[in-house]
Design a protein around this ligand. Structure first.
Ligand SMILES: Nc1ncnc2c1ncn2[C@@H]1O[C@H](COP(=O)(O)OP(=O)(O)OP(=O)(O)O)[C@@H](O)[C@H]1O
Ligand SMILES: [Mg+2]
Length: 254
């Protein structure tokens, strides 16, 4: 469904993704791991067709995605409906006067007919129905994230890209979201640097190293057992613990 072929992406002159290749099959649940700045958000933006790599190719359903392809209106409309991205910071997504309009916006853009039904259905599903007439700017971080999720789900996409979706959520809502995403019959790619959560978010892990290479693609449980790979990704930390004997590696869960 998604094929990333030897992609290299640069901001200015620094390479943020280096020679990245992988494929994603329909309905796969993928966790994209890597420390701050490793390139996770950049990779999701490429898959969402917002930015384009300088080298390599990206295919979605066997169509090569590039700037030219996304200028074809009919194709762009279909692509934008099928593949959506939940941004890392919900504030960058929110701009409508009410929660209702926020959820309806994408549907109006795509010329979908049953807008009112969909807005109410997803607002209800995400527990934000009571805020429909409120300004989304007045909501808490977690509530804003739910509004953003509702606006994407209402489009009924095939692929959801979620950039640190649990960052603003409390443990109860995080648990709810994990179950909710698991039950959705969608292809999902979720980024996190939270190793504890990674196991819950998917079965297959893709791991970016600090120097922007893809250093692992496989079973996420196996990755968690591989201390050398965890060290290479800088996802574990060695603590000396002043005056304590128990020198060991920590998997940070925060
Ligand atoms: N618009 C931009 N212009 C220039 N450099 C950028 C831009 N966006 C990101 N970068 C740089 O690219 C690198 C990768 O950024 P990216 O946001 O993809 O990392 P990330 O893995 O998502 O990190 P985090 O865990 O902090 O979200 C960072 O060093 C960042 O400073
Ligand atoms: Mg990021």
């Amino acid at each position: 469904m998604i094929k990333i072929q030897n992609i290299t992406f640069k901001y200015d002159n620094s390479e943020i993704l280096k020679d990245i290749s992988f494929e994603v099959r329909e309905k796969e649940k993928i966790v994209l791991l890597g420390i701050n700045g490793s390139g996770k958000s950049t990779l999701l933006k490429i898959i969402n067709g917002l930015i384009f790599p300088q080298k390599g190719k990206y295919f979605y359903k066997n169509e090569e995605i590039n700037e030219k392809k996304l200028k074809e209106r009919e194709f762009a409309r279909k692509f934008r409906k099928e593949i959506v991205l939940l941004f890392q910071n919900p504030d960058t997504m929110i701009f409508n006067p009410t929660v209702y309009d926020e959820i309806a916006f994408g549907l109006r853009q795509l010329g979908i007919s049953d807008i009112d039904d969909r807005v109410r259905y997803w607002a209800n599903k995400l527990g934000i129905y009571k805020y429909l007439d409120k300004s989304p700017f007045e909501l808490s971080g977690g509530e804003k994230q739910k509004v953003c999720l509702a606006s994407l789900l209402a489009v009924e996409p095939e692929v959801m890209l979620l950039d640190e979706p649990t960052a603003n959520l409390d443990p109860r809502t995080t648990g709810w979201l994990i179950d909710f995403l698991y039950e959705l019959d969608l292809t999902t790619i979720i980024t996190t640097h939270n190793l504890g959560l990674a196991l819950e978010l998917g079965e297959r892990g893709l791991v970016l190293s600090e120097d922007h290479y893809l250093i692992y693609d496989g079973d996420i449980k196996e990755f968690m057992k591989d201390i050398e790979k965890l060290k290479k990704a800088n996802l574990v930390h060695f603590h000396k613990h002043n005056n304590r004997e128990d020198k060991h590696y920590h998997i940070h869960d925060f």
